[in-house]
Design a protein around this ligand. Structure first.
Ligand code: GRG
Length: 303
């Protein structure tokens, strides 16, 4: 993240304070195979996780906890679970049978470096390691841990990321998808990106004892944040693809490419609605300020 703008001070400060705690916990919980097995699996796991990306989603888990009065240090394992799911989704998304990306985070994608077989196994390793982590180290009851676990199942599954990615596949020219482009476009946003935003925020809150009304507010915010994230990602892709419609990656980017200025306008409106949810439904404090700044950052970000 670019750290030169004062308008995002609270957010940068929060990320800086918690980054090493998140990275240490990711390292401590890496899904490693016993050394005597002697494959490159463990190397692939470390390569996929470090140095890593912005760690936006695990930060959202800590912020979700704090927003409802919880302690961020008690939901660090859940934050790790969320980053593991994100990492698995990036590995799968980059595969030749999906987005076919040869690069990720300025280095070779996992399958380019280690082969497709190991990449699939690493993705499954991350996913499998995520599920039990919501049972560790929080102040909640066994019931809240089970509720958080159920959220993961729903987020990853057919009504979440897996279903959302299938919509994405249907959008790719020639793949035979039958849904209308407009419906498909919106459901892709809601499922693929918002599902993980929702999981990230709500898991931290659930494990901190959030009530139904707080969770409903977080769902609304997450949905809008996910939409904003996906739209800003599409605009960045467009910029990197050389500002041409022909360079756009897929039909989703194509829609953005045809009308970049109306897309930016839509993005700003979504960001305003997201901030309104926070201001109307949650108490002022550091977590609320950071989340407001994160929404603003999405409207502003260049990478
Ligand atoms: C089984 C978990 C699982 C997924 C299968 C492949 C798939 C279904 C879903 C793909 C979801 C996906 C990759 C969505 C794109 C989301 C997105 C905007 C990614 C970029 O996020 P950043 O910018 O990345 O936060 P960094 O690198 O900073 O972590």
């Amino acid at each position: 993240m670019e750290k030169n703008e004062e308008q995002f001070n609270a957010l940068w400060d929060y990320f800086e304070r918690h980054r090493s705690e998140i990275d240490d916990a990711l390292r401590d919980n890496m899904p490693l195979s016993p050394l005597h097995i002697g494959t490159r699996f463990n190397e692939a796991i470390e390569y996929a996780l470090f140095p890593g990306g912005k760690r936006v989603r695990p930060m959202l888990t800590l912020l979700g906890a704090e927003l409802v009065g919880g302690k961020p240090e008690e939901v660090v394992p859940a934050a790790v679970a969320v980053e593991f799911i994100h990492t698995a989704s990036l590995i799968f998304d980059d595969l030749p049978c999906m987005d076919n990306a040869s690069e990720r985070r300025d280095k070779e994608s996992l399958h380019e470096k280690f082969g497709e077989g190991l990449a699939v196994l690493a993705g499954l390793g991350f996913l499998n390691a995520a599920y039990p982590l919501v049972f560790v180290n929080h102040s909640g009851t066994p019931e809240t841990a089970i509720q958080a676990h159920a959220e993961i199942v729903e987020c990853v599954g057919a009504s979440g990321m897996v279903g959302g990615q299938s919509v994405d596949l249907a959008l790719v020219a020639g793949s035979g998808g039958s849904a209308s482009a407009e419906i498909v476009k919106d459901s892709t946003r809601n499922l693929k990106t918002s599902a993980l935003m929702r999981l990230a925020l709500r898991t931290g809150a659930i494990l901190s004892g959030a009530d139904y009304i707080e969770l409903a507010g977080l769902s609304r915010f997450a949905e809008l944040l996910g939409d904003a994230y996906q739209l800003s990602d599409d605009l960045i892709d467009l910029e990197e693809d050389g500002k041409t419609i022909s360079g756009a990656r897929d039909s989703l980017s194509l829609a953005v490419a045809k009308e970049p200025s109306s897309t930016r306008h839509k993005l700003l409106k979504i960001v305003e609605s997201a901030k309104r949810v926070l201001v109307d439904e949650f108490d002022a404090g550091e977590a609320r300020s950071c989340l407001i700044q994160m929404a603003d950052y999405l409207a502003d970000r260049k990478r």
